[in-house]
Design a protein around this ligand. Structure first.
Ligand SMILES: [Zn+2]
Length: 151
Protein backbone atom coordinates (compact mmCIF):
# COMPACT_ATOMS: atom_id res chain seq x y z
CA UNK A 1 0.00 0.00 0.00
CA UNK A 2 2.78 2.42 0.99
CA UNK A 3 4.71 2.24 -2.27
CA UNK A 4 1.60 2.08 -4.40
CA UNK A 5 0.14 5.09 -2.68
CA UNK A 6 3.29 7.11 -3.28
CA UNK A 7 3.42 6.08 -6.90
CA UNK A 8 -0.12 7.25 -7.45
CA UNK A 9 0.56 10.50 -5.70
CA UNK A 10 3.60 11.30 -7.82
CA UNK A 11 1.81 10.37 -11.06
CA UNK A 12 -1.05 12.59 -10.14
CA UNK A 13 1.22 15.55 -9.44
CA UNK A 14 3.00 14.99 -12.73
CA UNK A 15 -0.16 15.04 -14.83
CA UNK A 16 -1.14 18.31 -13.16
CA UNK A 17 1.69 20.23 -14.73
CA UNK A 18 1.27 22.67 -17.57
CA UNK A 19 4.19 24.39 -19.30
CA UNK A 20 3.51 27.79 -20.76
CA UNK A 21 6.09 29.86 -22.66
CA UNK A 22 6.74 33.35 -21.34
CA UNK A 23 6.22 34.71 -24.87
CA UNK A 24 2.59 33.53 -24.76
CA UNK A 25 2.06 35.13 -21.34
CA UNK A 26 3.20 38.42 -22.88
CA UNK A 27 0.73 38.01 -25.76
CA UNK A 28 -2.15 37.24 -23.41
CA UNK A 29 -1.20 40.21 -21.30
CA UNK A 30 -1.15 42.55 -24.29
CA UNK A 31 -4.50 41.33 -25.66
CA UNK A 32 -6.09 41.36 -22.25
CA UNK A 33 -4.98 44.85 -21.33
CA UNK A 34 -6.07 46.36 -24.64
CA UNK A 35 -9.57 44.91 -24.57
CA UNK A 36 -12.80 45.99 -22.91
CA UNK A 37 -14.28 42.55 -23.58
CA UNK A 38 -13.18 39.08 -22.59
CA UNK A 39 -10.56 37.75 -24.98
CA UNK A 40 -10.76 34.08 -25.88
CA UNK A 41 -9.02 31.45 -27.94
CA UNK A 42 -7.31 28.12 -28.05
CA UNK A 43 -4.34 26.51 -26.36
CA UNK A 44 -2.31 24.50 -28.83
CA UNK A 45 0.63 22.28 -28.04
CA UNK A 46 1.40 18.74 -27.02
CA UNK A 47 0.73 16.33 -24.20
CA UNK A 48 4.04 14.68 -23.48
CA UNK A 49 4.97 12.24 -20.73
CA UNK A 50 2.05 13.32 -18.63
CA UNK A 51 2.87 16.98 -19.02
CA UNK A 52 0.94 19.52 -21.01
CA UNK A 53 3.15 21.75 -23.12
CA UNK A 54 1.40 24.79 -24.51
CA UNK A 55 3.14 26.12 -27.59
CA UNK A 56 0.74 28.77 -28.77
CA UNK A 57 -2.36 30.71 -27.80
CA UNK A 58 -4.61 31.30 -30.82
CA UNK A 59 -6.99 34.21 -30.36
CA UNK A 60 -10.51 34.05 -31.85
CA UNK A 61 -13.46 36.43 -31.80
CA UNK A 62 -15.65 36.49 -28.72
CA UNK A 63 -19.07 35.58 -30.16
CA UNK A 64 -21.13 36.08 -27.01
CA UNK A 65 -24.25 37.95 -28.13
CA UNK A 66 -24.10 40.25 -25.09
CA UNK A 67 -22.21 40.99 -21.84
CA UNK A 68 -18.86 40.32 -23.52
CA UNK A 69 -17.05 42.02 -20.65
CA UNK A 70 -18.05 39.09 -18.44
CA UNK A 71 -18.61 36.19 -20.82
CA UNK A 72 -17.26 34.62 -23.95
CA UNK A 73 -18.45 32.26 -26.62
CA UNK A 74 -16.49 30.49 -29.34
CA UNK A 75 -18.25 29.40 -32.53
CA UNK A 76 -18.40 25.77 -33.61
CA UNK A 77 -16.71 26.72 -36.90
CA UNK A 78 -13.78 28.18 -35.01
CA UNK A 79 -13.42 25.00 -32.96
CA UNK A 80 -13.30 23.00 -36.14
CA UNK A 81 -10.78 25.35 -37.76
CA UNK A 82 -8.55 25.31 -34.69
CA UNK A 83 -8.65 21.53 -34.56
CA UNK A 84 -7.76 21.31 -38.24
CA UNK A 85 -4.89 23.80 -37.88
CA UNK A 86 -3.50 22.01 -34.81
CA UNK A 87 -3.58 18.67 -36.65
CA UNK A 88 -1.88 20.19 -39.70
CA UNK A 89 0.86 21.58 -37.47
CA UNK A 90 1.15 18.15 -35.81
CA UNK A 91 0.02 19.61 -32.51
CA UNK A 92 -2.96 19.06 -30.29
CA UNK A 93 -5.84 21.26 -29.33
CA UNK A 94 -5.32 21.21 -25.56
CA UNK A 95 -7.88 23.69 -24.38
CA UNK A 96 -9.19 27.19 -24.21
CA UNK A 97 -8.03 30.45 -22.71
CA UNK A 98 -10.10 33.47 -21.85
CA UNK A 99 -9.67 36.63 -19.83
CA UNK A 100 -11.50 37.86 -16.79
CA UNK A 101 -11.81 41.60 -16.37
CA UNK A 102 -11.35 42.76 -12.78
CA UNK A 103 -12.26 39.27 -11.55
CA UNK A 104 -10.14 36.51 -10.10
CA UNK A 105 -8.90 33.79 -12.49
CA UNK A 106 -11.40 31.38 -10.99
CA UNK A 107 -13.94 29.70 -13.28
CA UNK A 108 -17.45 31.13 -13.25
CA UNK A 109 -20.51 28.93 -13.14
CA UNK A 110 -20.90 29.45 -16.90
CA UNK A 111 -17.26 28.46 -17.46
CA UNK A 112 -17.86 25.22 -15.60
CA UNK A 113 -21.21 24.49 -17.27
CA UNK A 114 -19.74 24.97 -20.77
CA UNK A 115 -16.49 23.08 -20.20
CA UNK A 116 -15.56 20.12 -22.38
CA UNK A 117 -14.23 16.96 -20.76
CA UNK A 118 -10.49 16.53 -21.18
CA UNK A 119 -10.01 20.19 -22.15
CA UNK A 120 -7.81 22.56 -20.16
CA UNK A 121 -8.84 26.09 -19.34
CA UNK A 122 -6.44 28.94 -18.83
CA UNK A 123 -8.01 32.00 -17.26
CA UNK A 124 -6.06 35.21 -17.51
CA UNK A 125 -7.22 38.02 -15.24
CA UNK A 126 -6.56 41.67 -15.90
CA UNK A 127 -7.19 44.13 -13.11
CA UNK A 128 -7.79 47.78 -14.02
CA UNK A 129 -5.97 47.13 -17.32
CA UNK A 130 -2.80 46.92 -15.31
CA UNK A 131 -2.04 43.98 -13.05
CA UNK A 132 -2.59 40.47 -14.29
CA UNK A 133 -2.71 36.93 -12.98
CA UNK A 134 -3.56 33.54 -14.47
CA UNK A 135 -4.50 30.04 -13.47
CA UNK A 136 -5.00 26.84 -15.46
CA UNK A 137 -7.88 24.50 -14.72
CA UNK A 138 -9.44 21.25 -15.66
CA UNK A 139 -13.21 21.76 -15.29
CA UNK A 140 -14.94 18.65 -16.48
CA UNK A 141 -15.75 16.22 -14.92
CA UNK A 142 -13.93 17.60 -11.88
CA UNK A 143 -12.72 21.09 -11.12
CA UNK A 144 -8.99 20.85 -10.70
CA UNK A 145 -6.38 23.59 -10.45
CA UNK A 146 -3.24 22.74 -12.40
CA UNK A 147 0.29 23.75 -11.61
CA UNK A 148 1.67 25.95 -14.40
CA UNK A 149 5.36 26.32 -15.12
CA UNK A 150 6.61 29.22 -17.20
CA UNK A 151 9.41 28.47 -19.63
ZN1 LIG B 1 -14.61 32.89 -17.24
Amino acid sequence: MGLNGMQMLSNETFSNQVCLPYSQILRLEKWGKEADEEICGFLVGEAKEGMLIIKECLIVKNRAPQCRSSRFLISKEEYMLAEKKATEDQKELLGIFHTHIDQLPIPSLLDVQNAFPGFYYLIYSVYKKNQSQFKTWELNPEIKLLYTLIY
